[in-house]
Ligand binder design. Structure first.
Ligand code: R1P
Ligand code: URA
Length: 290
């Protein structure tokens, strides 16, 4: 069945609407970063850069690192952008853009997020790394898709009960990382955690500048939550959307977090740029072995 022009939107050169990419400009292994300027911080280590494409907050560079073809793309902030990025990346490989039809078989992508995050447990030092074993979305993105089958509903239910979550907020959804990728990335350098993805950086993550919070104890409740020995480790704004949509679309995803803040102790990294650079180099060497 042909997908209508209003659903699959292409630019005049045939590239996909927001990302501005053509299928041949994308590698099957993709690093996502939030900040468009962080793309170059990754590709400066590449042997070659074959293409550079920019539109809005979406900056893509494709090249190779130690012989492995990789695309690096910035998503901007938030799971609303993740909806666009994941759907358009998938369309580039799994739809025939000329005939506007689905391809017969699904080509899986490997997606690695390299991002910053705030720890929520006092024991987690700033400048350490966490690979998200789960992403738990406090945003509503996954609820718009037929997605119950990729969610760990018992984990999200336990958290919702623990938080005494108000009816006027959407239910959290929990999605596991790709287990093969998770074990590939975990070692002494990076610990496994459970990441909450939220819809904002300030109030939703318990930060008070001038506005009081609806629930001032939310972060404390998140810190004290346990379910089957799982504890929430960190907060950021993309992981759950990446995990949920990757699972639904048949892609593998892992989220690697550089801890730049500790919300329980009030610490902030003295040199977050250096910490992110260490995570980038660690991730690239692991990706080269995939
Ligand atoms: C907020 O400062 C941003 O930092 C984190 C959050 O998820 C949010 O996007 O990730 P990035 O460092 O990848 O942008
Ligand atoms: N990114 C976030 O979303 N939260 C933090 O505390 C730090 C980085």
């Amino acid at each position: 069945m042909k997908i209508a022009e209003s659903e699959l939107i292409l630019n005049s050169d045939g590239s996909i609407y927001h990302l501005n990419l053509l299928p041949e400009q994308l590698a099957p292994t993709i690093i996502t970063v939030g900040d468009p300027d962080r793309v170059e911080e990754v590709t400066k280590y590449f042997d070659t850069i074959d293409c550079i494409v920019r539109k809005r907050e979406f900056h893509t560079q494709t090249g190779s690192y130690k012989g492995k073809k990789i695309s690096v793309i910035s998503t901007g902030i938030g799971t609303d952008n993740i909806d666009i990025v994941l759907n358009e990346l998938d369309a580039l490989v799994n739809l025939d853009l000329n005939t506007r039809t689905k391809k017969a078989t699904v080509e899986p992508l490997t997606i690695i997020r390299i991002g910053t995050s705030g720890a929520i447990q006092p024991s987690i030092p700033v400048d350490s790394f966490i690979a998200s074993g789960y992403g738990i979305g406090f945003d509503s993105l996954l609820h718009f898709y037929d997605s119950k089958h990729v969610q760990n509903q018992s984990l999200s239910q336990a958290l919702q009960t623990h938080l005494d979550w108000a009816q006027d907020k959407s239910s959290p959804y929990a999605v596991a990382a790709d287990q093969e990728l998770l074990s590939h990335f975990i070692d002494d350098t990076i610990q496994q955690g459970v990441t909450i993805t939220n819809v904002g950086f300030y109030g939703p993550q318990g930060r008070v500048l001038r506005l009081p919070l609806q629930d001032a104890s939310l972060n404390d409740k998140i810190t004290s939550f346990t379910d089957n020995n799982l504890k929430i480790t960190n907060l950021e704004m993309e992981t759950a959307g990446i995990y949920g949509l990757s699972k639904l679309l048949g892609h593998k995803a892992i989220s690697l977090n550089a801890i730049v803040a500790n919300r329980a102790t009030g610490d902030f990294s003295k040199d977050s740029t250096k910490t992110i650079d260490r995570l980038i180099r660690y991730a690239l060497d692991k990706i080269a072995l995939l």
